[in-house]
Design a protein around this ligand. Structure first.
Ligand code: UD1
Ligand code: MG
Length: 447
């Protein structure tokens, strides 16, 4: 059931100048997923009535990334309060609570956001619930100034803070849940008379207090609220993600021989008793069923690997591939958009692109499926139990029937009937004594 009482605004109009990039900051990736993609993933379970991202004009790739959610433009980045105000039109028919999150804070957890909404709906009806944190060094962050009853009185930005206020360890993460019945009137009252000359969203806390409303703080670990502003911070966030993903995979029953050299994507699913060797990288869209083994130095993306399959070492599995139960995909094998049947084997140096490989088929060393003629891509099918001899080339589209044999070194250009043998190579001729005569001729010339 969608939560009709709550919506979110994702602030993402900042250019992220410190990234020194032509990409908007929120389009940089952690574990294969954009920063803003991570944020949207964490919002999804909340089933919010509406999610709107505030972006700068020209950020077309962000518009695509957040679809089907909507966007609004903030032409000039005049501050976080102004950014939230830019979304007002998008909420004119909506009176529920507004959650404000940042597009560059990728790890904010769903459970934390749920805690904020829960607090917001408690009987004392706080107008604003702010997500606080206690970073080791709070320099640069807004500080949460609490009243004697422990509720939130105001937020003071670092640049505007006194020495005493700077000594406060409780900092503003930027995430807020705001009572929908007052949010726009609070935003209306903002001005930019402050150290940065910006419309600070944080000022709405003091306004709500003046109106006699309570404001509350929910705390979360600073690590969860880490923001990305530079390439170094991006790398730190990636490292943090990977550490957690490795631990999660192991806690779930997978063995990682050398966890530090395994890189997961944001959505990698790893079953029980899966064994992952060293130096393995996963792209988005990988599911590995129980008991599968991924040996060293594999690169795998967009693939479903069924139970007990053995992949690698040194295999590259590309998107839209499925590998059946108990199949073997060995060294220097590249699979793309291939349905690789249960128990099938391709153990050495092959490219199988746009193909269907039947159950228990055996693909010899050096087999190539030529799926591309320079203009179009075509599919080939190798039937169940077929045996393709080494160094064969299948010029797609062709079908090798079930149980058929393809002789080594064949170039297959038309379909092979089931249970037939196809030989498509030039005949071998032997010239007896030729080598002896040849050597004799050569040695004579030397004299
Ligand atoms: C803000 C908070 C500060 C908090 C800190 C946490 C204010 C005034 N200050 O400060 O209390 O400790 O975040 O990181 O809110 N953005 C826009 N349009 C704008 C300005 C910003 O979309 O005009 C977006 C940015 O892209 C970013 C987010 O809002 O995602 C935060 O903006 P930023 O300028 O980084 O705020 P801080 O100064 O860090
Ligand atoms: Mg910031």
């Amino acid at each position: 059931m969608p939560d009709t009482k709550a919506a979110a605004i994702v602030l993402a109009a900042g250019k992220g100048t410190r990234m020194k990039s032509k990409l908007p900051k929120v389009m940089h990736r952690i574990a294969g997923r954009t920063l803003i993609g991570h944020v949207l993933d964490h919002l999804a379970p909340l089933k919010l009535a509406r999610v709107i991202a505030v972006i700068a004009p020209g950020m077309d790739d962000v518009t695509k990334e957040v679809a089907p959610h909507g966007i609004v433009f903030q032409a000039k980045q005049l501050g976080t309060g102004h950014a939230v105000g830019s979304a007002r039109e998008a909420f004119k028919d909506f009176s529920g609570d507004i959650l404000v999150v940042y597009g560059d804070t990728p790890f904010v957890a769903t459970v934390t956001l749920q805690r904020m909404f829960k607090r917001r709906r408690e009987p004392d009806n706080p107008a604003i619930v702010v997500l606080g944190m206690r970073p080791v060094d709070p320099t640069g962050y807004g500080r949460l100034v609490l009243g004697s009853d422990g509720t939130l009185d105001r937020i003071v930005e670092h640049k505007d803070a006194t020495e005493a206020e700077r000594a406060i360890g409780l900092a503003n993460s930027g995430v807020m849940a705001i009572d929908g019945s007052v949010v726009w009137s609070l935003i209306d009252r903002l001005d930019n008379k402050n150290a940065k000359g910006e419309f600070y969203l944080t000022d709405i806390v003091a306004f709500a207090r003046k109106d006699g409303r309570r404001c509350a703080v929910v705390e979360a670990p600073a690590e969860e609220l880490l923001g990305v502003n530079s390439r170094s911070e991006l790398a730190a966030a990636e490292a943090l993600f990977q550490t957690r993903a490795r631990i999660a995979a192991m806690e779930n029953g997978a063995t990682l021989t050398d966890p530090a050299s395994v890189f997961f994507a944001a959505d990698t699913k790893v079953g029980r008793d899966v064994v992952i060797g060293p130096n393995v990288q996963f792209g988005l869209g990988v599911e590995i069923a129980d008991d599968a083994e991924i040996r060293a130095f594999c690169h795998i993306e967009g693939a479903k690997i069924e139970s007990g399959a053995i992949i690698g070492p040194f295999a590259r599995i590309r998107p839209r591939t499925t590998i059946g139960a108990g199949a073997h995909v060995g060294n220097f094998i590249e699979l793309k958009a291939t349905e690789f049947g249960a128990g099938a084997k391709a153990n050495h140096v092959s490219y199988l692109g746009d193909s269907t490989i039947g159950a228990k088929a055996n693909i010899g060393a050096g087999t190539i499926v030529c799926n591309y003629d320079g203009v179009t891509k075509s599919r080939s099918t190798i039937g169940a139990g077929a045996f393709v001899g080494s160094d064969s080339v299948l010029v797609s589209p062709v079908t090798v029937g079930e149980g058929a044999y393809v002789a080594a070194g064949s170039v297959i250009t038309h379909d092979v009937p089931p249970d037939a043998l196809a030989i498509a190579r030039s005949q071998q001729t032997d010239k007896p004594g030729w080598a002896t005569k040849f050597r004799a001729m050569k040695s004579k010339k030397k004299d």
